[in-house]
Design a protein around this ligand. Structure first.
Ligand code: CP
Ligand code: NVA
Length: 299
């Protein structure tokens, strides 16, 4: 059991709980932990599209002996005027856990306030903690022990990046973040990282971030819901693409949460290259979330 009822961001759990979730995930992945949660139901609420989050949670619940329901806004009364607080109260009474992917982070907090069942963040505009679990599992497996790893974030100061900053702070990973000045991470996230003992080094120079890095991570420049900002963001992120020139002389392994936009934040050559961890990182969503679910729900 975890101390927290809900998993809204990675720092809802303690550092030792993070270690426990990752160890549990690794054991499940290795076939050494056959915990089952029979008759357990997850309600999955999606306001945005998803491949990895939807399929890894649904598959994970099946593998654990439970069941997951996909609920798009148009499928349920939420998309037809029923308030979020009513939806949360009802879903929480049917299911054992709610996983939600929403635009507004405040909406997720409202679901957590009204649900009697635990709520897991499947991505909001501000945070993507399930991605961070998979990222840390991937780093531990393929890059090295956390305190020896030097990591770089190159790109948008967005949801994925912000949870990664907090996860690195909790894990003790030495992180440098390079974003264009107008797309920096939220100050509040940086303060939380500092409170966790390790705010990242911040720069606007991708080369500075990559220098000496063991692993470099990027995400799309145009996140879901930002399509109308496309032109200004493409201009602002000029020079931030992970390509062979930027990575010339670096032996850093490469991470991307996917979906990737080849030719924008990353080239096809880098994404498909020998230093890429992206496919194992995507697979680890499944194992990491199974570790989270059993730790969150097990009596
Ligand atoms: N990385 C991630 O969350 O992917 P999806 O949008 O496909 O769920
Ligand atoms: N930053 C991206 C992540 C997708 C998993 C988005 O919000 O669209």
């Amino acid at each position: 059991m975890l101390e927290t009822t809900h998993f809204i961001d990675i720092d809802d759990i303690s550092e030792s709980e993070l270690d426990r979730v990752l160890s549990r995930a690794a054991a499940i992945k290795a076939g050494d932990d056959e915990t089952r949660l029979p008759r357990t139901t997850m309600a999955m609420l999606f306001e945005k599209p998803s491949t990895r989050t939807r399929v890894s949670f649904e598959t994970g619940m099946t593998q654990l002996g439970g069941h997951a329901l996909f609920l798009g806004p148009e499928d349920i009364q939420l998309g037809h005027g029923e308030p979020l607080c009513d939806t949360a109260r009802v879903l929480g009474r049917y299911g054992d856990v709610i996983m939600a992917r929403l635009f507004d982070h405040e909406d997720l907090l409202e679901i957590a306030e009204y649900s009697t069942a635990p709520v897991i963040n499947g991505l909001t505009d501000d945070a993507h903690p399930c991605q961070t679990l998979a990222d840390l599992l991937t780093i531990r497996e393929h890059v090295g022990s956390f305190e020896e790893v030097q990591a770089a974030w190159v790109g948008d100061g967005n949801n994925v990046g912000q949870s990664f900053v907090l996860g690195c702070a909790m894990a003790g990973i030495d992180l440098t973040v390079a974003t264009p000045p107008e797309y920096a991470m939220d100050d509040e996230v940086m303060e939380r990282a500092a409170d966790l003992g390790q705010a990242p080094t911040v720069t606007t120079d991708p080369e500075e971030a990559i220098d000496g890095a063991d692993v470099v991570y990027t995400d799309v420049w145009i996140s879901m819901g930002q399509e109308d900002q496309r032109n200004e963001k493409l201009e602002a992120f000029d020079g931030f693409q992970l390509n062979e020139d930027l990575l010339d002389g670096s032996d850093a392994q490469v991470m991307h949460c996917l979906p990737a936009h080849r030719g924008e934040e990353i080239t096809g050559d880098v994404l498909e290259g020998e230093q890429s961890l992206v496919w194992v990182q995507a697979e680890n969503r499944l194992h990491a979330q199974k570790g989270l679910i059993v730790e969150l729900l097990e009596e």
